[in-house]
Design a protein around this ligand. Structure first.
Ligand code: FAD
Length: 468
């Protein structure tokens, strides 16, 4: 991306995008709008990434999936954000636009996929996507760099998906935008006794539905969004479910008693983090609390590793425990401004943030927006590192934004250009109310959260504006 170009004339670049999930699609739309030539390489045979449910995942005893599957989507997942909040800023996630069947505000995964498909159809994105093409390597051509500030061009090597030795092709691009998703490579804790434990162990990446656990005693490890939801789902089928987490005592439903059920399910109990898995099938905890006897299955809902295998030799950044550094504004490595990593921040509303990141990057590439020079970007990245160190933030939380997402989104919009609108205020208000509902009524917030009339009116007005 060129930081030195002051002309108003838009430059058209040849851009490779890795991945056709929500991020890749909206980034492609922004690139095309900006007059670039873009090719999206997608390893799967269809678009949608995470939202493409694949029920053919064989259950294995082990945390390594039996076959490569990108998606971690499970059968009965309903979104944990209201659909209006998930929508891109100019393509409302409403039935009027999609002619779909699932009208729920917190809809099932098929509805989200239908939304992304409708988006791709409306903006005629499909001809720019090459399906079944896995990106093997993206190598910066430093010797070929025409202007230092614009960064190198890239040699991108792809192959037929699943066959690294077949259909290998190379092409050169001016820039690479990485939209490869971050919920595919399981992250599991090292647990004492795991190797000798007779029960099954799996990661939530391979969880699809609760039926295989009928009548079982199950431990679900991790109480983030997936752990809480999967724990509840499994409890509807299993004999007993223990929901184990480091912060069990901060759950709103924790009342200090080990035998107090979680919500309305009498067979769902909170437990501290795992102590050890024992050879007789029992499980102990890291705090004083009765062991769980004869556990059949342990499901690790313990998150994912960020991976960028195809950039390993680029030298553009380092990756340590899900922290990518140095990065300018969570997106651009200062030493390599023709590379952008989209979608790194978490605890955010992803779709509109992807859109703003894409808008900014597309405009930087065309010269309509500008990056600071490398030393200035390095200084911003160093300042961010210093803040994380001062607050003793662990590496894996370096891209956690939470409440900071709104200021970050505003920064992206402003950096993209004066004509780019800030996200309207109803989005943060709706996000906060949803979070409150999730915390206080995790069983029912999807159906029962009552948004105030002024908020719903603002949402509706915005959706209507977008349809026109
Ligand atoms: P992905 O959707 O993962 O897409 C990445 C794409 O890149 C994939 O299609 C993949 O095949 C492709 N790819 C990867 N590597 C390569 C390569 N080397 N070559 C070619 N192609 C490649 N978000 C919400 O807003 N609301 C929710 O309710 C919600 N629920 C979620 C539930 C689960 C179980 C999970 C896992 C995530 C959930 N999310 C939710 C977050 C979700 O990941 C984001 O909403 C969003 O889908 C991320 O889009 P993405 O394009 O960044 O990644």
């Amino acid at each position: 991306m060129c930081s030195g170009d002051r002309s108003q004339h838009r430059k058209s670049k040849r851009v490779a995008v890795v991945g056709a999930g929500a991020a890749g699609l909206v980034v492609l739309r922004e690139l095309l709008r900006e007059g670039h030539t873009a090719t999206v390489f997608e390893q799967e045979e269809r678009l949608g990434g995470t939202w493409v449910y694949d029920g053919s995942v064989p259950l294995t005893n082990g945390c390594k999936p039996a076959k490569h599957v990108h998606t971690s989507m499970y059968k009965h997942l309903r979104t944990n954000l209201p659909r209006e909040l998930m929508s891109f800023t100019d393509f409302p996630f409403v039935q009027e636009v999609m002619h779909s069947v699932d009208a729920r505000r917190f809809c099932g995964h098929a509805e989200v996929l239908a939304y992304l498909e409708a988006f791709a159809a409306f903006y005629r994105l499909r001809p720019h996507i090459r399906y079944g093409r896995r990106v093997l390597h993206a190598l910066p051509l430093w010797e070929d760099a025409t202007a230092v500030d614009c960064g190198p061009r890239w040699r991108v090597t792809t192959c037929s998906a699943g066959r690294a030795d077949q259909g290998v092709e190379e092409a050169v691009f001016d820039a690479v935008l990485v939209c490869n998703g971050h919920y595919s490579v399981p992250r599991t804790p090292a647990v004492a006794g795991a190797a000798e434990f007779p029960g099954a162990q799996m990661h939530s990446h391979s969880y699809r539905d609760a039926r295989p656990f009928a009548g079982q005693t199950v431990v679900v490890v991790g109480a983030s969004a997936s752990g809480e939801d999967i724990g509840r789902e499994v409890a509807d089928c299993a004999g007993m479910v223990y929901l184990s987490a480091r912060n069990w005592h901060t759950a709103p439903d924790w009342d200090g008693a080990w035998d107090a059920p979680v919500g309305r399910r009498r067979n769902l109990l909170r437990r501290p983090e795992l102590g050890a898995l024992l050879p007789d099938g029992d499980v102990t905890w890291a705090h004083d609390c009765p062991p769980a006897a004869h556990v059949d299955t342990v499901i690790y809902a313990t998150g994912y590793h960020y991976t960028f295998d195809f950039l390993e030799d680029s030298g553009a950044f380092t990756l340590h425990d899900n922290r990518v550094a140095p990065l300018y504004q969570h997106v651009v490595p200062p030493a390599c401004p023709s590379l952008a990593l989209i979608g790194l921040p978490w605890k955010v509303v992803p779709f509109p943030q992807h859109e703003l990141q894409g808008k900014w990057v597309a405009r930087v590439l065309s010269g309509r927006a500008r990056l600071p020079a490398r030393p200035a970007m390095e200084a911003v990245a160093a300042e961010h590192s210093a803040q994380l160190a001062a607050r003793r933030v662990p590496a894996r939380k370096a891209h956690l934004l939470g409440d900071a997402q709104w200021a970050y989104n505003d920064w992206l919009a402003a950096a993209a250009g004066p004509d780019v609108e800030l996200l309207p205020a109803w989005r943060s208000e709706m996000y906060d109310l949803t979070g409150e509902g999730k915390r206080t009524a995790p069983d029912s917030y999807r159906d029962d959260t009552a948004y105030p009339p002024h908020l719903l009116a603002a949402v509706e007005a915005d959706m209507r504006r977008q349809v026109q």
